[in-house]
Design a binder for this molecule. Sequence first.
Ligand SMILES: Nc1nc2c(ncn2[C@@H]2O[C@H](COP(=O)(O)OP(=O)(O)OP(=O)(O)O)[C@@H](O)[C@H]2O)c(=O)[nH]1
Ligand SMILES: [Mg+2]
Length: 230
Amino acid sequence: MAYLNRTTKQLQLKIVYYGPALSGKTTNLVRVHESVKAKTDKEKSDLVTLATSTDRTLFFDFLPLQTVKVNGYEARFQLYTVPGQVIYNTTRQLVLRGVDGVVFVADSAYDRLNANIESLKNLYQNLEEIRIDPKNVPVVIQYNKRDVKNAAPIDYLEYLLNKEKRPYFEACAGAGKGVFPTLNAISKILLKKFLNQGQSSRPANSASSGTVNSSSRPAASKPGQSTSST
Ligand SMILES: Nc1nc2c(ncn2[C@@H]2O[C@H](COP(=O)(O)OP(=O)(O)OP(=O)(O)O)[C@@H](O)[C@H]2O)c(=O)[nH]1
Ligand SMILES: [Mg+2]
């Protein structure tokens, strides 16, 4: 849930990486974490992962990020992943609570098309289950694993997964490709949405300065900390 404090000029937003098992959600966060500039090694330990011994996400991954100031506001993004394995649905619902925006990480492989479709359906069902109107949650789609031999063509993936014509990005998260364009797209959409809401007398016309890049840094906050309604 967005936290906008007009006195301290802070804006905090929650982005959830959603998608089927093994599509590359955790890999996205690992690549972001590797790329952001950290002032000290201590700050770099801010990626929290709760995984099984085989690196499957058990609960969630969490990475807090702070961007440069946007319209005078200090913007912080809390990045989470859900566990993609079908059995962990209750956990996915918990992680989705208070979500502001979603990155749907689809697996490009032909044999994962059904898993993508099921996961997208599951996202909308879970949002409704926790009483969030899916129409109010911006989603960007990442077609990950473009490097695999049996990758489906983008047009076909678009036809199956993106009837709403949401912004989409091709990626090889394993090699770090497409990770930041995806994150920047959802960040910009959210900054525009929430800063416009919070400052109706002063339109947020420069949300682009909230771009997340290697000069962003991990923010010092903990999972679930200080999220409150505007
Ligand atoms: N070929 C290829 N493999 C990738 C890519 N991105 C991630 N992987 C691999 O896919 C596997 C699963 O990646 P994860 O990031 O753990 O997937 P996840 O979506 O977090 O999986 P769950 O936590 O089980 O839901 C790992 O072996 C990654 O190295 C990619 O772009 N190309
Ligand atoms: Mg994972």
